[in-house]
Design a binder for this molecule. Structure first.
Ligand code: ALA
Length: 525
């Protein structure tokens, strides 16, 4: 029998928790890098189009699916999807909504633990007086596990997440969102002010902070025809809004059956948009471009955004002087921590909801089991970070899986469940008038758009499966040690892929058992 009596304490708490789910490390680390790598102003137009034609419609869809499933006592996607169409197939598609949260949490919590550690080092003054190379090598040594510190912070972060989850939605998640989100906004606003008012010549900056903003905000229409920019924009919209993950459906399943979802969905979605577009673009880009110039920053972000956030910013803050450097370090890594934890908590709830609903587990048991699962699944990303395991998880769970799941769920919602019933779900109890055009967007444009994104990504997915990028590096390398290292990387990447597949199958098996159990007990499916 289900043992799930969770509920949201207040509407403000729900909106802040849902916004916290969306606002994450993706807003502050991933977005600026995607924007820089895809031509600044050239990225913004595809990004906004993807937000309007995929992001918003999918927010409506996922919120209403969640509330619909919640009315029937389901809080995880296998049975939420199962409630919308009786074919067994959908329950197994719903596996993605548990798998993704588990696998993303596995690497995300490690990243989140760095922010805690960097808060500590910023306050302690570790980076004071260090050169850019020294700050960068601090990062290199950290992820190479030269000391036990990364493990300690990681375990601490996991225990903290698990403990908060064990306190429940209103007693844990909502409280963290109510404290974390306002602090994040205050820290972000102060840092953004410092960044955009940075003047060339002050504190050793070469250019005005506004130069970075101009790069981002001068529209460049040539990108409209560039497929790569569109795929990057679509990927960012998925990750930042947490759509195609299963966590929105889970949070929404705890909304009361007659309560609004339309305004809630928009409030959380636009709050995320604001934080990403305004704060996410106004900190890392103006500061790094102000000191290093656009070309250097483009070059530095080629291998992802973690470098800028963890290796470069702590060094640049030092240029602002002792106390200010400490405060800015505290604010920057503090805001990253709050952004991270409000998202990782959301990743815990679908797995917990599933265990509580299907196996009658108590909340505490479900939370600690989730924590243990994330520990086991995350261990390879910690131990073999330098061998690409972290990136492999991010590619399959944090990128491909989201698009695949979203594509299936929009087909289910608009075409199988039916757009008329779906529209009724979206508008029921709505505190705003949902523009009627979205009915057509959800039925035609979003599925086509998503299908296009998915099919256009297939060559990239295939190239990833064949490990083309690593193979190329092996062919180009001459140093036998580097060749050996790349071959080892290939082995770890392949093992982690198989591991992720086994996790997916393991969750599917649990869904199968839960389904059989429901039939045996004669419980509603
Ligand atoms: N939406 C979360 C983020 O942006 C996962 O980090």
């Amino acid at each position: 029998m289900g043992n799930n009596k969770e509920a949201w304490g207040s509407r403000v708490g729900l909106i802040l928790a849902m916004a916290g789910n969306a606002v994450g490390l993706g807003n502050f680390l991933r977005f600026p890098v995607q924007a820089i790598q895809n031509g600044g102003g050239a990225f913004i137009i595809p990004y906004l189009v993807c937000f309007l034609l995929m992001g918003i419609p999918l927010l409506y869809v996922e919120w209403s699916m969640g509330r619909f499933g919640g009315k029937k006592g389901h809080h995880s996607t296998p049975f939420i999807l199962g409630a919308m169409d009786k074919r067994k197939f959908w329950k197994y598609i719903g596996v993605f909504g548990i798998f993704t949260n588990l696998a993303v949490a596995a690497y995300y919590c490690y990243l989140e633990s760095w922010t805690l550690s960097w808060v500590w080092h910023s306050v302690k003054g570790t980076f004071a007086g260090q050169s850019q190379e020294q700050v960068a090598s601090f990062f290199g040594n950290y992820v190479s596990l030269e000391t036990m510190e990364p493990i300690i912070f990681w375990v601490l972060c996991l225990v903290l997440n698990t403990w908060i989850l064990s306190r429940g939605l209103s007693g844990g998640v909502e409280k963290v969102a109510k404290i974390g989100m306002p602090l994040l906004l205050i820290f972000g606003a102060i840092l953004a002010y410092m960044a955009v008012t940075l003047k060339a010549g002050e504190h050793g900056a070469k250019f005005d902070g506004t130069m970075g903003l101009n790069f981002l905000w001068t529209p460049d229409f040539s990108s409209i025809w560039n497929m790569k920019v569109w795929l990057a924009a679509a990927g960012q919209i998925f990750f930042t809004l947490s759509i195609g993950m299963g966590s929105i459906q889970c949070y929404a399943s705890y909304v009361r059956s007659k309560d609004d979802i339309a305004l809630n969905a928009m409030s959380a979605g636009w709050m995320n948009g604001f934080v990403e577009i305004v704060l996410g673009s106004a900190i890392i880009i103006p500061i790094s471009v102000g000191y290093l110039g656009i070309d250097t920053v483009i070059e530095m972000t080629k291998n992802g955004g973690l470098g800028l956030g963890f290796k470069t910013l702590p060094y640049l803050f030092q240029q602002w002087g002792g106390t200010l450097a400490i405060i800015c370090g505290l604010f920057w890594f503090g805001l990253l921590f709050f952004a991270g934890i409000t998202s990782s908590l959301a990743m815990g709830t679908p797995c917990m909801g599933f265990m509580q609903d299907e196996f009658g587990w108590k909340r505490e048991k479900a939370a600690w089991t989730f924590g243990l699962a994330v520990f086991l699944l995350g261990l390879p990303t910690v131990l073999f970070f330098n061998y690409g395991v972290f990136d492999e998880y991010d590619y399959w769970a944090g990128t491909v899986s989201l698009v695949v799941f979203a594509l299936f769920e929009i087909i289910l919602f608009a075409w199988v469940f039916g757009i008329d019933k779906g529209w009724k779900e979206i508008t029921e109890g709505a505190d705003i008038k949902v523009p009627g055009i979205f009915k057509y967007i959800i039925k035609y444009i979003t599925p086509l758009f998503l299908g296009w994104v998915f099919f256009s990504s297939l060559p990239n997915i295939w190239s990833q499966i064949k490990n083309e990028a690593i193979d190329k590096q092996i062919l180009a390398a001459t140093d036998p040690n580097i060749i050996e290292q790349l071959k080892t990387q290939l082995m770890y990447v392949n093992i982690s892929r198989v591991g992720l597949l086994l996790v997916w199958l393991g969750v599917a098996y649990l869904v199968y058992i839960a389904y059989k159990k429901r039939i045996k007990e004669g419980r509603f499916l």
